[in-house]
Write a protein that binds this ligand. Structure first.
Ligand code: NAD
Length: 331
């Protein structure tokens, strides 16, 4: 019987993991702590590891894990930017992810946030809470179906998002390094990112964060936006220069933003800071900005996604233990 250690376990994952372990005849041990150099000894005696890291795993951990006989690390998310993939490989450690656990969840949350911005629901609720039921332009909305939406990155999540926006009647334009011919019924690909941004009322980001698109949305890019454009970032924080975004909003270069991923979110996600101090002034400025709807990297967070993530991470762990490789290997 194989034994698997699961790190970073949240309460809601426990029953799903226990059921999986019973079905697959696996000895499972769980801890809510994430894996660090300090608790590395907890790995001793286990065959496989399932992780839910948010911050970067230190480089010195890979040779130590290899010495302990560890052959794989299964991340329970799609993003693997918290791992040094090359170094892991050099140490004989296979990194796997769960690439597609519920793209519908992120796509639906993207549209939800777009509609909240378009119909100004936050402001309406604030006014209702103070018993102000008056009608004024500050809470007047627009019709999504009359808008042009730019979907930037038309992979698993982007293409479902494009279909949903199209379903509202919006015109959808797309930008991707590798346009997908099968999507041409839904969207019109543009040759450049700037071409897509210039015509968009809603700009929705769904590309991975890589060196080439670091701060792709900087002050210069915001100058291409329509004055009443809305930016949605449900992808990765580093795609957007947050300081430039707040300046652009203040100067009226665009109208609003729905931000689910923030570049320096790692110390805060997913934690309760209600009685702790937030020292990141930029983060405070973002979450308190009146034209921003900020959500804590939660676009994926549905019943379906949580189940698929737990089972996907454990399936990948077992696959490596059984076969020495995995379909979801990323290094
Ligand atoms: P995917 O790999 O299926 O699709 C990404 C697409 O982006 C691909 O078509 C690729 O060609 C394109 N692309 C890559 N670099 C590009 C660039 N520089 N310019 C334009 N297009 C580019 O990925 P996915 O599963 O659809 O995930 C999309 C994003 O959503 C990722 O950043 C992922 O980390 C993020 N995500 C967020 C959440 C959340 O809860 N907020 C959850 C899951 C995934």
């Amino acid at each position: 019987m194989y034994s698997i250690k699961m790190f970073g376990v949240r309460e809601e994952e426990i029953t799903i993991a226990q059921n999986w372990a019973a079905e697959n005849n696996i000895k499972l041990s769980m801890t809510k702590e994430i894996l660090t150099m300090d608790n590395l000894a907890e790995v001793n005696g286990f065959d496989g590891i399932s992780l839910s890291q948010v911050g970067r795993l230190p480089d010195e951990i890979y040779p130590k894990l290899a010495q302990m006989g560890i052959k794989q690390l299964a991340q329970r998310s799609a993003g693997v930017d918290m791992y040094n993939l090359e170094l892991a490989k050099e140490n004989g450690i296979i990194i796997t992810n769960v690439p597609s656990y519920s793209p519908e969840s992120i796509a639906e949350f993207t549209v939800t946030t777009a509609l909240e911005l378009i119909r100004r629901t936050e402001k309406i609720r604030q006014r209702v809470a103070s018993h102000d039921f008056s009608w004024e332009p500050i809470i007047r909305g627009r019709v999504l179906g009359n808008m042009t939406v730019a979907v930037i990155g038309t992979g698993r999540i982007g293409q479902i998002t494009a279909k949903l926006f199209k379903g509202f009647g919006a015109k959808v334009v797309g930008y991707d390094l590798y346009p997908n011919k099968e999507l041409t019924d839904i969207l019109e690909y543009q040759d450049t990112l700037v071409d897509a941004v210039k015509q968009a009322d809603v700009i929705s980001l769904h590309m991975p964060a890589v060196k080439e698109n670091y701060h792709a949305f900087d002050y210069a890019m915001f100058k291409n936006c329509k004055k009443d454009a809305l930016l949605l970032n449900m992808a990765r924080g580093s795609l957007v220069d947050t300081k430039a975004l707040l300046q652009a909003l203040d100067e009226g270069l665009l109208q609003g933003a729905g931000i689910d991923t923030y570049e320096y979110e790692a110390p805060y996600m997913p934690k309760d800071f209600s009685s702790k101090e937030i020292t990141d002034e930029l983060f405070l400025a973002l979450i308190n900005h009146p034209q921003v709807i900020y959500t804590p990297h939660i676009a994926y967070y549905t019943d379906e996604a949580v189940k698929n993530l737990v089972e996907g991470g454990l399936d990948a762990t077992l696959e490596v233990l059984n076969t020495g490789d995995a379909k979801t290997r990323v290094n």
